[in-house]
Ligand binder design. Structure first.
Ligand SMILES: [Zn+2]
Ligand SMILES: [Zn+2]
Length: 253
């Protein structure tokens, strides 16, 4: 589906679309990482964290990235601030992400490990979840989104160092305790001794890898999330839908 972007804030039309098929390599990598990293299945399955299939980042808002990042509802064609699903409202979305305007379902990406686990355990949850979903009226779904939005507090400055270290610690624990048994199973060498050896190696070597990786991740997020748009990218449309000529002010030098 081709979505025509109009920023709810600055009414600009230029945006950078993020997703699995995003034109930018680093964004594509970030999205594929969310789909492929088995560790992130925990975020999805246990914590109920979801990522919309596409994010539309306005290129002409002169605010940090998180304030110019929009989620599109395909059912009512509305763009909502991505901040609605941040902070406390980032979690518990097991049944899906819903539009605060119409209660429609916002398409999300799904981690491959999550999909495999869900497929294997389907008999245990499918009936119950489907019943729950069927009970959710459009109004109820809308209310979930509105209540979630109300959980938001004014945003405090992000501590990127802490964010990076938390991510590093998370990856460390995943690679120390979850990865070894999976790897042993995958290699067909699943014995307590093998798993134990791999865990000890991961526990010892882990900090050398994940501490610097966490610091790097923090700095990268700081660069990426604070990046501001450019008002020169403001493209306005004429009434007939054609692009209006840009009015660039002379910069006095
Ligand atoms: Zn904008
Ligand atoms: Zn909607």
């Amino acid at each position: 589906m081709l979505v025509e972007f109009e920023c709810p804030k600055c009414k600009g039309h230029a945006c950078e679309m993020w997703g699995l098929d995003s034109p930018s390599t680093s964004t594509r990598l970030m999205y594929w990482h969310m789909v492929l990293n088995p560790g992130l299945a925990i975020n999805e399955l246990v914590l109920g964290q979801r990522f919309p299939k596409n994010l539309y980042n306005c290129k002409s808002c002169t605010t940090p990235l998180y304030e110019r990042s929009w989620v599109h509802c395909p059912e009512c064609d509305t763009f909502h601030s991505g901040m609605i699903w941040s902070g406390k409202n980032a979690f518990k979305h097991w049944l899906g992400m819903f539009c605060p305007s119409c209660g429609g379902e916002i398409p999300c990406i799904s981690n491959y490990t999550t999909r495999a686990i869900l497929a294997l355990t389907k008999p245990f949850w499918h009936g119950q979840v489907e019943r729950k979903r069927a009970l959710l009226t459009r109004e109820a779904r809308k209310q979930i989104a509105i209540d979630g939005n109300a959980l938001q507090k004014p945003r405090e400055p992000v501590d990127f160092k802490k964010m990076g270290l938390k991510w590093g610690l998370f990856m460390y624990l995943v690679f120390a305790f979850i990865f070894p048994p999976l790897l042993a199973l995958g290699m067909g060498e699943f014995t307590l001794r093998n798993v134990g050896i791999m865990m000890v190696i991961s526990l010892v070597i882990g900090p050398l890898v994940w501490f610097p990786a966490g610091m790097l991740y923090g700095s990268w997020m700081k660069l990426a999330l604070n990046k501001q748009g450019d008002e020169n990218m403001h493209i306005a449309m004429n009434e007939d839908g054609s692009v209006a000529p840009m009015q660039i002010e002379d910069n006095q030098e």
